[in-house]
Design a protein around this ligand. Structure first.
Ligand SMILES: NC(=O)C1=CN([C@@H]2O[C@H](COP(=O)(O)OP(=O)(O)OC[C@H]3O[C@@H](n4cnc5c(N)ncnc54)[C@H](O)[C@@H]3O)[C@@H](O)[C@H]2O)C=CC1
Ligand SMILES: O=C([O-])CC(=O)C(=O)O
Length: 255
């Protein structure tokens, strides 16, 4: 590996109680833009992994700017949504009384509210429970970030759990770069995508030496999950359109 094959970007303002992630866009869009440009200057081929919120908007902003500058590679730009998977694994493990690392569960979509869609029907080991219990679990996963922000009461958002999630995601990127023959490296992340009508979308990705090797597409969905996907798409598409528009407007100021 060269010195900077991966740049992880956690820079930016965290939210305070009462704020939505999208309220951060005014400040964090320029932070993300600035950092992306610096990274492109010093390590043009590096994979960029954005933690900065709001992920749903920041990734389209950065993609738009890099596209305009001719330095965009959709396989190398990621919005880090691993924390949603870690939370899903942890809460499911609590219910099943198993080791969270043994739980496999895809979380698709984006990284806020209803755009975070844990696919409980594909959970391994299988998860049983009433509709009410499943709905409560989904909501807990979707609201976990807000739960932490409220608990920290003005002192920021999830830090240690995010560090854990980022370490997991980056170690998978590194395994992908090293090109493990025996192991298929799969992580969910928010990337440019043609899996749904949303231009950016998180699904399980197979990682390889050049970043995304293959997008595995939508997992099998049950009827409720398909309905939840239909509900989320307009929300996600609106955030993406906002990101693209902001990116277009920021092109000159960021260079
Ligand atoms: N994707 C995810 O799952 C998660 C995302 N986040 C997001 O990560 C971001 C950071 O959150 P925290 O670490 O809690 O905040 P923090 O305030 O503890 O740290 C942010 C850091 O960014 C730096 N920074 C600000 N502007 C910068 C710039 N222009 N260039 C370089 N560095 C700059 C600050 O100096 C500070 O060290 C927030 O936007 C937060 O919402 C946080 C947790 C989970
Ligand atoms: O909720 C926040 O502001 C930080 C975040 O994205 C998370 O913890 O999932």
């Amino acid at each position: 590996m060269d010195k900077a094959d991966i740049v992880v970007i956690p820079a930016g303002l965290p939210r305070k109680p009462g704020m939505k992630r999208e309220d951060l866009v005014g400040v964090n869009a320029s932070v993300a833009c600035e950092v992306a440009f610096a990274a492109r200057e010093v390590c043009p081929g590096a994979m960029l992994a954005f933690i900065t919120n709001p992920i749903n908007v920041i990734v389209p902003i950065v993609a738009t700017i890099l596209k305009a500058k001719g330095t965009y590679d959709p396989n190398r730009l990621f919005g880090v949504t691993t924390l949603d998977v870690v939370r899903a694994q942890t809460f499911v493990a609590d219910i099943l009384n198993v080791n969270p690392q043994k739980v496999k569960i895809p979380v698709i979509g984006g990284h806020t509210g209803r755009t975070i869609l844990p696919i409980l029907s594909q959970c391994d080991p299988p998860l049983k429970g009433t509709d009410k219990e499943r709905e409560a679990l989904i909501q807990r996963i979707q609201n976990a970030g807000t739960e932490v922000v409220n608990a920290k009461d003005g002192l920021g958002s999830a830090t240690l759990s995010m560090a854990y999630a980022a370490a997991q995601f980056v170690s998978s990127l590194i395994k992908g770069i090293k090109g493990s023959k025996d192991e298929c490296i799969v992580e969910c992340a928010y990337v440019e995508s043609d899996v749904t009508e949303a231009e950016f979308f998180a699904t399980p990705l197979i990682l390889g030496p050049q970043g995304v090797k293959e997008n595995t597409g939508l997992p099998d969905l049950d009827d409720d999950e398909r309905q939840a996907l239909d509900c989320m798409l307009p929300i996600l598409k609106e955030s993406i359109a906002k990101g693209i528009k902001l990116g277009e407007g920021m092109m000159s100021s960021c260079a």
